[in-house]
Ligand binder design. Structure first.
Ligand code: TRP
Length: 455
């Protein structure tokens, strides 16, 4: 056990975990949800969900991982040997694997858009919807980008936990935060950006419906990389002096800041171009934004180039660090559980995910009419099964496991580093209450909502 890898520093731990959390979910999915659910009111509900449910569930994953220092399957096996709880470990590995298979598709798009932005093509697009459909629908180009992005991810993974994941995150996350700051300032300075700020800052409470609350809760879990093996596996590399509550607090703050700032980049820009509606849906980032960049800086093409380049670079960094965090739990599981060499394990994961990823990519092109899974193509199927079924089920099981199966003294010892750090008793009791009662019920509601029970 002593030879097992670990992160080298507390900053490295925070940057790696934040790298997992900050991803397409923040820059692509969050603004889309904000647009679809009425702006500021959604953001308020989202923040409540993060604090009330995201924090306790993240802490559970941290303490399970750090206590066992093992991959998710062996973690549950150590804590509850011979019971069906081990199923959750396998589910975590499966979920990571399934998410990776379709997450890589959108990540590959961000790489294509970054390259296009760099080559000055974004400023020259005349019909951005056509451009997007043409690219995603072609049989070869998206596959090439997919291969490139996977080779990159693979390279980081095989360099290991400290030299690969930690070092990459420590360089990329500050760069990402810097780009965000620059883009926010640019976006604010656009004429007409006030309407966008108003949309994000003035809550209209009449817009808060049960659908908005459930969407916010789902978004909170997705954005924090919760309810599967990701953070649990990263936490297994935490050192014994890492402070779990403080780390979770930092990761949550970074993740939420990036999500809200992405809103502040996108909406003032979108509103400054009055022809474009804020609730443009999933195409917002790839179809609407190129148009917005062009119109907003129509007199200064150099700014179109710069803004687009920085924006898609931001998206690419966010996507890459999350892809790494989805790759690692599966690699760690194969490596430790089946005693396969780490390099070989990584090759297996990459090969399988690339193959399935290609099928997902092609479901926007040549395989568009191939819908073997209850009328869904590959991309939609992987998305549906992992994000809509595995994640909520995993979330409920993690809460029940921590709340009802684990000894509360074990939890207390992990959260306080065996009594070395102070944690208010009230916080601890609140944590137990949420993890035992509130969180499982809330997640069950999201699950039911996603399955259309309340439709
Ligand atoms: N949280 C990441 C994002 O915001 C995506 C992600 C990485 C994820 N790992 C995950 C989502 C695990 C759910 C579960 O894009």
């Amino acid at each position: 056990m002593n030879t097992r890898a670990s992160f080298g520093s507390k900053l490295g731990i925070i940057m790696a975990a934040a790298g997992s959390a900050v991803g397409l979910g923040n820059v692509w999915r969050f603004p889309t949800e904000v647009g679809a659910n009425g702006g500021a009111a959604f953001i308020l509900v989202y923040i409540v969900c993060i604090l009330l449910l995201g924090l306790p569930v993240m802490l559970s994953e941290f303490l399970i991982g750090r206590h066992t220092h093992a991959n998710t399957v062996d973690a549950y096996r150590q804590l509850a040997p011979g019971t069906w709880w081990v199923f959750q470990g396998y589910l975590g590995v499966f979920t990571a694997w399934f998410i990776l298979c379709y997450y890589c598709v959108v990540s590959a798009w961000t790489m294509k858009y970054m390259v296009s932005a760099f080559c000055g093509q974004i400023s020259a697009i005349s019909d951005s919807a056509e451009y997007f459909a043409h690219f995603t629908g072609s049989p070869l180009e998206p596959v090439i980008y997919l291969l490139v992005i996977f080779i990159f991810t693979h390279f980081i993974i095989i360099r290991g936990v400290q030299k690969g994941i930690e070092r990459f995150s420590k360089v990329m996350m500050p760069l990402l935060l810097l780009i965000i700051a620059i883009l926010v300032v640019c976006s604010f300075s656009m004429p007409g950006s006030r309407a966008g700020m108003k949309f994000l800052l003035m809550p209209d409470f009449t817009k808060i419906t049960s659908k908005v609350v459930l969407s916010a809760l789902g978004q909170a879990f997705y954005s924090l990389s919760l309810a599967m093996g990701c953070l649990c596996t990263y936490a297994s590399y935490f050192t014994d002096d890492a402070k779990l509550v403080k780390t979770a607090g930092s990761v949550i703050s970074i993740d939420t800041t990036v999500a809200i700032m992405s809103g502040f980049i996108i909406f003032p820009a979108v509103f400054s171009v009055s022809e474009v509606a804020p609730d443009a849906g999933p195409g917002l980032v790839f179809i609407t934004l190129p148009k917005v960049f062009q119109m907003a800086f129509s007199e200064y093409p150099i700014f179109v180039w710069l803004f687009a380049l920085m924006f898609y670079l931001l998206l690419l960094i966010a996507a890459l660090t999350s892809m790494i965090s989805l790759h690692e739990p599966v690699t760690a599981f194969l490596h430790e559980h089946y005693k396969i060499g780490r390099q070989k394990a990584a090759v297996i994961v990459t090969a399988v995910c690339v193959s399935l990823g290609i099928l997902c990519t092609l479901s926007f092109g040549p395989l568009a009419d191939f819908k073997p899974f209850f009328g869904m193509g590959f991309f939609d199927f992987f998305d549906f099964v992992s994000a809509k079924i595995f994640l909520p089920v995993g979330g409920i099981i993690i809460c029940l496991f921590t709340g009802w199966k684990l000894d509360s003294s074990l939890i207390w010892n992990e959260l306080t580093n065996d009594g070395r750090i102070y944690i208010p008793k009230l916080f601890f009791w609140l944590f137990l209450f949420i993890i035992r009662f509130l969180a499982p019920v809330a997640i069950a509601l999201i699950f039911a909502n996603e399955l259309g029970v309340f439709a």
